[in-house]
Ligand binder design. Structure first.
Ligand code: THU
Length: 153
C-alpha cells in the first residue's frame, strides 16, 4: 500500500485516538435506515477543534450524504475550513471487518480543503473494532487530484 500505513490502535497518538473516539461516537447519530451502515467522521481543524459528522441517507438513495462530507459541511458552516486530519469509522449490525475508506466524492471534497495543509491532510480510517487502522494522506488517496490551482495555473 504505497503512501499508506497500516497501524495499530496502540501506536496511535492520544490526539489521534481521541479523534477516532469522536468519529465512533458520531456513528450513533447516523441516519442509515437503508444500508444499516452507520459511519462517523471527525475532523481535526488546524486550530485544534474537533467537528463530527455522520451519514444521512435518503429514500431517493442517490441523495445520501456521507459522514465525511457531512462533517466538512458542518465545519464550514461553523467557520472552519483548514483541516489537519479526519478519522472515519463505521458500525453495522455486525462489526465491519475492513477499514472504511472515504469514497471518491468525499476524497474530492477533502482535496479541495487540504491546500492549507499542503495536501498532507491526514486520513485515519478504521474497521469497527479498531483492529485494522490505516493512516494516509489525501495526496496518497487522490493522486493527480483536480484542485483550485488547476483553474488558475
Ligand atoms: N458512507 C459514508 O458515510 N462514508 C464512507 O466513507 C463510505 C460510505 C455511507 C454512505 C451510505 O449511507 C452508506 O455509507 C453505505 O454506502
Amino acid at each position: 500500500m504505497q503512501g499508506h500505513k497500516r497501524t495499530s490502535y496502540n501506536s496511535l497518538t492520544s490526539e489521534r485516538r481521541k479523534l477516532l473516539a469522536e468519529a465512533e461516537r458520531a456513528t450513533s447519530t447516523a441516519y442509515a435506515p437503508y444500508s444499516k451502515f452507520r459511519v462517523g467522521a471527525a475532523i481535526l481543524t488546524q486550530s485544534g477543534k474537533i467537528i463530527t459528522g455522520s451519514n444521512v441517507e435518503n429514500a431517493a438513495y442517490g441523495s445520501t450524504i456521507c459522514a465525511e462530507r457531512a462533517a466538512i459541511l458542518r465545519a464550514n458552516a461553523m467557520g472552519y475550513r483548514s483541516f489537519e486530519a479526519i478519522a472515519v469509522i463505521a458500525k453495522g449490525d455486525a462489526p465491519i471487518k475492513q477499514p472504511t475508506a472515504p469514497c471518491g466524492a468525499c476524497r474530492q471534497m477533502l482535496y479541495e480543503l487540504s491546500s492549507s495543509a499542503g495536501k498532507r491532510l491526514e486520513i485515519i480510517f478504521s474497521n469497527s473494532d479498531k483492529s485494522k487502522i490505516v493512516i494516509t494522506t489525501i495526496a496518497a488517496l487522490l493522486p493527480f487530484g483536480f484542485g483550485p490551482s488547476n483553474l488558475t495555473e
